[in-house]
Design a protein around this ligand. Structure first.
Ligand SMILES: Nc1nc2c(ncn2[C@@H]2O[C@H](COP(=O)(O)OP(=O)(O)OP(=O)(O)O)[C@@H](O)[C@H]2O)c(=O)[nH]1
Ligand SMILES: [Mg+2]
Length: 453
């Protein structure tokens, strides 16, 4: 692994009110700098004379110390400091993590103290760039040297960068699974394929070209399975946008609150109550969804007109639109007018207020899907609607998060390309391909697989 020769320091937690704030320092000078600023509590609270000060530069990797951080002006904060040495630490170089009290001042001043000693202010992405394979629970003694200082591959870095934004437990599990690079993860699967392509390339010299080509063609179904996992993986990390559309007063906000499980937005019997749009995240079967309540669609004036304009734009951009109809009254011409402006493929029709009386059937030709019958007020029929919202992901959810799953557009783009190259290879040995044609395709395949991880 290439070592960086500067030491970076950064605030790893969001600045603001909170219990703790963490400053991380990584690089060849990290431990030395920390030992200049840190004073252990053992040295200051001894009952029978002072104990010798702890020397962080000599302390064992993975140890944690309680004490204080000082600069030339005096005490900054009472802290916990953990340290890792180059060998066996997550960044493959000295790493110090200072757990300060939360808030802005203590964390900022601690960072500044390191910057004054020569550290450069870095970013979390930069720290990740230096991060090597981390084995939870520590690296077993016998594998030290073999496994430590293995830089994270691209897939692992992407997983780490996306983890803080994960909104559901399923998304976290999926990302951790891909991060661990163990069998069953995306990197592992792609690396295996790459090794196989390399092996076939070596074999092609002095061997039957057609057989090699047919062997390489076996990559196609594996790549296809990876590409097919991408809608699920992408939706786990980039929640689908779901808007709630409909005429004023049909119960959009009531439904929004019911799906969210709290009274987040104002509900009123007067049409035109919601003017702004309101965004909240919900989880259905572990799938994160961005749910957006909007103004009721109708010809309006003034502020309401602006809200209706926004609503129309949001429905255009949405991945899915829950179209709410009022079961207690017939569909109006105005409603039919805006139905025609929606992309019917993404519409999930919902017939609300079924508690009021006999439900009215919507013409089956109007939308590809039959409407979900619900009472947002009484919470009836909501499970059916929830299932409908994640219908296409149910088989993937069933298979679980611990398998190779494509979760970024970058990975998807490269694997789609690799799949099309694999498909160009012959299915059986009767197809005539020259050795140089097969070699060219294997080269392309190898490059694409290599770029993915
Ligand atoms: N009986 C019954 N009433 C409902 C139901 N859902 C909503 N309502 C009532 O319908 C009225 C309008 O509800 P809202 O949720 O504010 O309707 P909206 O579509 O958001 O209306 P706008 O914001 O004006 O576009 C309120 O009086 C609700 O209590 C339902 O399932 N059954
Ligand atoms: Mg409303």
């Amino acid at each position: 692994m290439q070592r960086s020769n500067d030491t970076i320091a950064l605030i790893a937690t969001p600045l603001g009110e909170g219990g703790i704030g963490v400053v991380q320092v990584s690089g060849p000078q990290a431990l030395e700098m920390a030992s200049k600023l840190f004073m252990s509590k053992r040295a200051t609270s001894a009952s029978g004379g002072l104990l010798p000060e702890i020397d962080l530069t000599k302390a064992p990797s993975g140890s944690l110390f309680y004490g204080t951080i000082h600069d030339s002006k005096g005490l900054i904060d009472e802290v916990l400091v953990s340290i890792w040495r180059a060998n066996g630490g997550p960044t493959g170089e000295g790493l110090v993590e200072i757990n300060c009290h939360g808030g802005i001042m203590a964390v900022r001043k601690t960072l500044e103290a390191f910057l004054r000693l020569g550290a450069r202010e870095g970013s979390w992405e930069e720290l990740l760039e230096r991060t090597t394979l981390y084995v939870p629970g520590g690296i077993p003694q016998e594998t030290i040297g073999a496994r430590c200082n293995v830089p994270l591959d691209l897939v692992q870095k992407e997983a780490m960068l996306l983890l803080p934004q994960a909104r559901t437990r399923l998304a976290v599990k999926m990302l951790l699974s891909q991060y661990q690079s163990a069998p069953g993860g995306l990197s592992h699967e792609v690396r295996k394929l790459e090794e196989e392509v390399k092996r076939l390339k070596r074999q092609i010299v002095g061997c039957d070209t057609s057989e090699t080509a047919v062997g390489a063609r076996r990559a196609a179904p594996l790549l296809e399975a990876l590409v097919n996992s991408s809608p699920f993986g992408l939706a786990l990390v980039n929640p689908l946008k779901v808007t709630i559309a409909g005429a004023p007063n049909v119960g959009k906000s009531t439904l929004f609150n019911a799906l969210l499980g709290e009274d987040r937005v104002l509900v009123h019997h007067e049409p035109g109550t919601t003017r702004d749009y309101i965004i909240e995240f919900i989880s259905i079967e572990g799938m994160p969804l961005e749910l957006i309540d909007t103004a009721g669609l109708r010809e309006a004036d003034g502020v309401e007109r602006v809200g209706v304009g926004w609503a129309r734009e949001l429905h255009q951009e949405a991945d899915k639109v829950i179209l709410v109809l009022d079961a207690s009254r017939p569909i109006t011409q105005e409603e039919e007018g805006f139905f025609s402006t929606l992309d019917t493929r993404k519409v999930i029709p919902v017939l609300n207020k079924i508690d009021v009386g006999a439900t009215r059937r919507v013409a089956p030709t109007l939308f590809p899907l039959p409407p979900c019958e619900v009472s947002a007020l009484e919470g009836k029929g909501l499970d059916g609607l929830r299932r409908m919202l994640v219908k296409e992901f149910l088989p993937e959810i069933e298979k679980g998060p611990h398998r190779p799953i494509v979760f970024t557009q970058r990975q998807r783009g490269l694997l789609v390309e690799a799949l099309s190259v694999a498909r160009e290879l012959p299915r059986d040995i009767s197809d005539c391909f020259t050795a140089s044609e097969v070699c060219e395709k294997l080269d392309k395949l190898e490059v694409l697989l290599h770029k993915t991880i």
